[in-house]
Design a protein around this ligand. Structure first.
Ligand code: SF4
Length: 369
């Protein structure tokens, strides 16, 4: 296959669905880790086309959603400082902090800028030597190499007015945390293909073995996802728990070795809180000692951060796959993409936003029936 639309071919999708129906003999709960996969599943109605035996549980793989409130509030405080240019990707601007979001800070006079690459922030730092330029570096292993590159270049070029507010999170420790939760119902994982395209698959065999759970590296198009589900169901039905690569056009066992070398140089593993989930040991990256001078958290003293979460929002349960978005009483009522109470309603990868975008009408009709 050469073109993207071929990965949505209805005839091939029907054959894959038939094959899943043939192999599934009992109920299985499979988690897609990545928010991009969640959106594809809901957008294309894949979960509704699957046989009743197969339940898709939406995982925590939305970088915007899991960035802790404390970090959002810190970003807001730094962005409000005079002589700071605060740079971020656009999807972070509407993520609610305790009492505001970056849009509110911008409208109140803060210099908040949307950039399309972290290297744009570095360029701004070079062009504005009298300002402090901060980039909001969030996300999984996928976005980390480009963020690491900015710090590497800032050090190499002597750009001292640049810093990174780091909140990177890692997928394998999250899989461990999900499997060790007493409420865990997950029996198989679709691993995030783009994360593995950077990091390779080397960390997953130990997880599959320890938790006796199949892990199938999966892409994002409908046929990718159906192929990943089919392989996972086949393993479950056969009592196997292996790592399989169903996304070989993008993922190799060793990953992107140049990116991994950059990450190992710039970052070191740290404990990290996930919004709605809590602390997961060893689940994040922070700047290594060699680059610590570029850490925005250390550079700007914004005092103590006191967070206040919405009492209505159940995004923690959504992120752990314990409830579906429409089971939250605020869904589509107090909480919409225009007025989000939680990050899962803001992000383009958030499960609540996906249900609102693609299922709102049918869920509303069902609740009125
Ligand atoms: S619908 Fe809104 S309030 Fe409910 S869990 Fe999702 S983001 Fe939170």
């Amino acid at each position: 296959m050469k073109y993207l639309e071929e990965f949505s071919d209805p005839e091939l999708a029907r054959r894959l669905l038939d094959s899943i129906r043939e192999v599934a003999t009992r109920p299985w709960a499979i988690m897609e880790v990545c928010g991009g996969q969640t959106h594809s599943i809901i957008r294309h109605g894949i979960d509704q086309l699957l046989p009743n035996e197969i339940e898709m549980i939406h995982g925590p793989g939305c970088p915007v959603c899991v960035t802790p409130l404390e970090v959002i509030d810190r970003a807001l405080a730094i962005a409000a400082l005079p002589d700071v240019i605060f740079c971020s990707f656009g999807d972070m601007l509407r993520v609610p902090g305790s009492s505001a979001d970056l849009f509110r800070i911008k409208s109140a006079g803060g210099d908040v800028r949307v950039v399309y690459s972290p290297l744009d922030a570095l360029t701004l730092a070079r062009e504005n030597p009298d300002k402090q330029v901060v980039f909001f570096g969030i996300g999984f292993e996928t976005t980390a190499p480009a963020n690491a590159m900015t710090v590497y270049q800032a050090k190499r070029l002597g750009i001292r007015n640049y810093s990174l507010l780091v909140s990177h999170v890692l997928v394998p420790p999250a899989i461990s945390a999900i499997m060790e939760s007493p409420q865990c119902r997950v029996q198989g994982f679709l691993a995030a293909g783009h994360v593995c395209s950077v990091m390779g698959t080397g960390e997953y065999p130990a997880l599959a073995e320890k938790y006796r759970v199949p892990i199938v590296v999966t892409g994002f198009e409908p046929l990718d996802i159906l192929a990943g589900i089919r392989r996972t169901v086949m393993q479950l039905e056969n009592g196997r728990h292996e790592v399989e690569n169903a996304y070989p056009r993008a993922v190799t066992d060793e990953g992107n070795t140049a990116a991994i070398a950059m990450l190992r140089d710039v970052f070191e593993v740290t404990d990290r809180s996930w919004r709605g989930i809590g602390m997961i040991p060893g689940s994040g990256w922070r700047l290594s000692d060699k680059y610590r001078e570029f850490d925005a958290e250390a550079r700007f003293d914004v005092g103590g951060i006191h967070t206040v979460e919405s009492t209505l929002c159940r995004s923690g349960e959504v992120l752990q796959g314990l409830i579906k978005p429409h089971e939250c009483a605020a869904f589509g009522k107090q909480c919409t993409p225009r007025n989000p109470l939680g990050a899962t309603m803001v992000s383009s990868e958030g499960a609540c936003a996906a249900y609102y975008l693609y299922r709102r009408l049918e869920l509303t009709a069902a609740s009125h029936a």
